[in-house]
Design a protein around this ligand. Structure first.
Ligand SMILES: C[S@@+](CC[C@H](N)C(=O)[O-])C[C@H]1O[C@@H](n2cnc3c(N)ncnc32)[C@H](O)[C@@H]1O
Length: 336
């Protein structure tokens, strides 16, 4: 059994919203009653639970409620995915971003935080209320002030968009029908100069969408940078599914809007980052929170050779100590 070393995580971007964005959101909240926002957030959450999408977001209040209820979590999921990508491809320094189904601009904010190299941001979305909010939130941001936000059907706006080094679709493709999704995925890939990142809810359905597009684009020449350490078939089978979790702090406003007591939430997400050029080396991925006992650490790993349940006994002192620090979602390399 090979031992696995954890990767250096000294450069991770924090999962909570950047201060500039928090200030902008708080400013938007002035003049809105918390009850109004909470009611709108509850109704939007209900719509999502019932399988509906963001079409229910029509007014300024709806858009703000969506941002308060969901933006911290989708921001945290995109940031975690981008952190994983940056860890695998540390030299990737995208200059421009295309954010498809951008909503309030969540993925653009996350990408701006993770990649200081980004200079231009193109956002596409059909929803006027979310577009208006995104523009408003970005007004005072040095990085995002100049963003270019096109409103319209994704296929039309994407067809007209310039290709970008980094293309992101966050919590978006689940709102599309199967045929439309397939066509849009191909178009997104065509507009990708280097890396395409798709993030979805960490549900079996979200994972199924990710795995289908992964297979489709690998057949078209893409390579997986993260989370998978290989371009082969996913070794997981039903009822298991590949997903990760990100803990994020809840602000007071967020707690009120969600009518929640705990000061944090755990967002489950699935993602794939696909690149034009193969990325090497590709470390193994920790697929669940490892179980630590006094005898051993047991970790479920996706490796280039398939699924491995690694057992690191306490008597292998250094390996055991290292494995105790592993977290679900970490990239870990087999030691020589
Ligand atoms: C759940 S929201 C996610 C927003 C943002 N990416 C985030 O992570 O917070 C989905 C977004 O996709 C947009 N969208 C869905 N289908 C679309 C389409 N066919 N054309 C353009 N935008 C679309 C919606 O308007 C909405 O803003």
């Amino acid at each position: 059994m090979p031992a696995f070393a954890g990767h250096d995580d000294g450069q991770m971007t924090a999962p909570d919203l950047p201060a500039e964005l928090k200030v902008a959101l708080d400013a938007r909240l002035q003049g809105f009653s918390r009850h109004e926002a909470a009611d709108a957030a509850a109704s939007i959450s209900r719509t999502y639970r019932d399988g509906g999408g963001s079409a229910a977001i029509r007014t300024e209040t709806d858009a703000l409620a969506y941002a308060l209820a969901r933006m911290p979590a989708t921001y945290a999921a995109v940031t975690a995915s981008l952190n994983a990508l940056r860890e695998i491809a540390p030299h990737f320094a995208p200059q421009n971003l295309l954010d498809v189904g951008a909503g309030p601009g969540t993925a653009s904010w996350a990408a701006a935080e993770v990649f200081s190299s980004l200079q231009s941001f193109a956002l596409l979305d059909a929803n006027s209320a979310l577009r208006a909010l995104a523009l408003d939130l970005a007004t005072d941001s040095a990085r995002l002030r100049e963003l270019d936000y096109r409103r319209g059907e994704a296929r039309t706006t994407l067809a007209a968009a310039e290709p970008a080094d980094l293309v992101v679709a966050s919590y978006m493709i689940g709102e599309l029908g199967d045929a439309e999704r397939g066509a849009l995925i191909e178009l997104m890939w065509a507009k990708t100069r280097d890396t395409l990142l798709i993030v979805e809810p960490g549900t079996p359905a979200g994972y199924a969408r990710i795995i289908a597009l992964r297979e489709h684009l690998i057949a078209a020449g893409a390579h997986v940078a993260a989370p998978c350490p290989h371009d082969g078939q996913c070794p997981l089978s039903t009822p298991d599914w590949c997903h990760f979790t990100q803990r994020l702090p809840r602000s007071r406003a967020h707690k009120q809007v969600k009518e929640a007591d705990v000061p944090f939430e755990d967002e489950k997400f699935s993602y794939v980052a696909l690149t034009r050029a193969p990325v090497t080396p590709r470390p193994a991925r920790v697929l669940a929170q490892p179980v630590v006992t006094k005898v051993e650490v047991t970790a479920k790993l996706c490796t280039p050779d398939g699924l491995v349940i690694a057992k690191l006994p306490r008597r292998a002192k250094a390996d055991y100590a290292r494995a105790r620090r592993w977290r679900w979602g970490d990239a870990v390399t087999a030691k020589d």
